[in-house]
Structure formats: C-alpha cells, structure tokens
Design a protein around this ligand. Structure first.
Ligand code: HEM
Length: 130
C-alpha cells in the first residue's frame, strides 16, 4: 500500500511539473492551447490525485505534521508554488511578472523535491552536505 501510494505520488509529481512546463511554454508563446477546456481541467485532476496521495502517505506513516519541519516546509512551499503558478499562467499582468513567477515557481518545485528526498528543510543543500 505504502509503495503503491508513493509511486502514485511520484508519478503525479512528474505529471504536474511536465504539465506546468508545457503550459509555461504555451504562455510564453501566446498559444491558445492554454485556454483549451482539457488543458484547464486536467491539472485539477492530476493535482487532486497528487495532494490526496501526499495526505495518504502522511496518514499511512502516521507522521505528526506539526513536529516534522520538512513536512511543514513542503506544505508551505506547495502553497507558494501554487500561487506562483497562478500568477505565471493566468494572473500576471505583464509578461515580465509572468516570466518571473514562472522561474520562481520552478525554483520552488525544485526546492520541494529536494525537501522530499532529504527529509530536511535544507533541501538540496542538506543532500549535498550529508
Ligand atoms: C510539489 C509538491 C510535491 C512534490 C514535488 C513531492 C515530491 C515527493 C517525492 C519525490 C517523494 C519521494 C521521496 C523519496 O524518495 O523518499 C515524496 C514523498 C512524500 N511526500 Fe511528497 N511531494 C509534494 C507534495 C506533497 C504534499 C502536499 C504532501 C502532504 C500532504 C506530501 C507528502 C509526502 C510524504 C508523506 C512522502 C513520503 C515520505 C517517506 O517516504 O518517508 N508531498 N514527495
């Protein structure tokens, strides 16, 4: 059960970032694909599976969320990633704002992956100096 849920979580993480990169590319190139119905709906489906697999893992592992700094950091960073993604793909008023948000969202995602792998708020730095 744990292994299956973790696999689903990792596949969903891969699909989420692949979809985000594709939509980021469409945003930069001004493609109408960005507004296609399927493109607007699919991320919600993937992200729901992603979030529920994460919650399922927390539940299975009986992790005390508040006393696990890496998990708190991950959750806070996920919220920041979602907000930056919304600015990058829809809300940003200027191209400069959208591109800045896009780059910051990618950096945040990279930080989250580092936190997931290291189980430390130090993320990739913790892995490098482990
Ligand atoms: C952008 C968001 C996220 C990314 C990129 C991500 C990525 C990952 C990755 C790559 C792993 C596997 C780490 C390993 O090999 O041990 C993992 C595990 C895990 N994730 Fe996430 N995750 C994200 C969001 C979440 C959320 C929102 C939650 C909780 C609600 C969560 C909870 C967990 C838990 C509990 C584990 C298992 C830790 C363990 O095996 O000890 N993740 N995540």
């Amino acid at each position: 059960m744990y292994a299956t849920l973790k696999l689903i979580h990792i596949i969903a993480a891969t699909l989420t970032i692949s979809g985000f990169l594709l939509r980021g590319f469409w945003m930069l190139s001004g493609s109408p694909n960005l507004n296609a119905k399927a493109v607007r709906i699919a991320p919600h489906v993937i992200d729901s599976v992603f979030l529920f697999s994460g919650i399922g893992l927390v539940w299975l592992l009986q992790l005390p969320v508040l006393s696990q700094p890496w998990l708190m950091a991950k959750l806070i960073a996920v919220v920041i990633y979602i907000i930056l993604g919304m600015i990058a793909l829809r809300r940003g008023k200027t191209m400069h704002a959208r591109v800045t948000a896009l780059l910051l969202a990618l950096a945040t995602f990279a930080y989250i992956v580092g936190v997931a792998l290291s189980k430390s708020t130090g993320s990739w730095l913790a892995l490098a100096f482990a």
